[in-house]
Design a protein around this ligand. Structure first.
Ligand code: GLN
Length: 185
């Protein structure tokens, strides 16, 4: 069934996510205000894209979005968080430390897979999924309820906890719709 999926569009790579979601048959709404989360009966899910997580945090503050976003995700609706989005979702953030929502019981280190100069393409350890890493966060701790979806170099790079799917890499830039389909159908 087609759903309306929001994409947080304050900063970063939201357009490529919108393209993939439309390709899966979903309607897409760019989210910049609290009203965008609730208009027309609300959203069926939300994407937190890549970008610069520290900038996103500032813009979330300026836009008074912290509490509405937190309530949306805690309502249990499906969420996909990629790269900077995964940093926002994590329980604890290092490299350097910064605030996060803590929905996902993992710890991450920002730029843990390398800085801009170390952006790279690869495939998952099973060869099934093309990977684009851009200053990607590294998962340094996984809670008991966190399921590993993909690994690279033997390390987790995509995880799921309940209705929340998160990835270190950019499936939207590799034209890989599988995680979007897993999160939203
Ligand atoms: N390094 C970025 C951050 O800390 C994330 C990079 C990305 O989203 N491509 O926010």
């Amino acid at each position: 069934m087609a759903k309306t999926i929001g994409v947080l569009a304050l900063q970063g790579g939201f357009e490529a996510h919108a393209r993939i979601l439309r390709g899966l048959g979903h309607a897409v709404r760019e989210v910049r205000t609290a009203a965008d989360l609730t208009a027309d009966g609300g959203l069926d899910g939300l994407v937190f894209p890549g970008g610069e997580s520290s900038t996103m945090l500032k813009l979330i503050g300026f836009s008074d979005l912290w509490a509405p976003i937190d309530a949306f995700v805690r309502s249990g609706r499906p969420v996909l968080a990629t790269c900077a989005g995964m940093i926002l979702a994590a329980k604890a953030v290092a490299g350097p430390e910064q605030a996060s929502f803590g929905w996902l019981d993992v710890d991450v280190t920002r730029n843990g897979w390398g800085r801009q100069v170390h952006s790279f393409e690869a495939t998952t350890d099973d060869g099934a999924v093309r990977l684009v890493f851009i200053r990607a966060p590294r998962l340094t701790r996984l809670g008991d309820g966190v399921e590993v979806l993909h690994t690279f170099d033997g390390e987790p790079i995509a995880v799921r906890q309940g209705a929340l799917v998160a990835a270190s890499f950019h499936p939207e830039l590799a034209d890989e719709p599988a995680l979007h389909a897993l999160a939203f159908g």
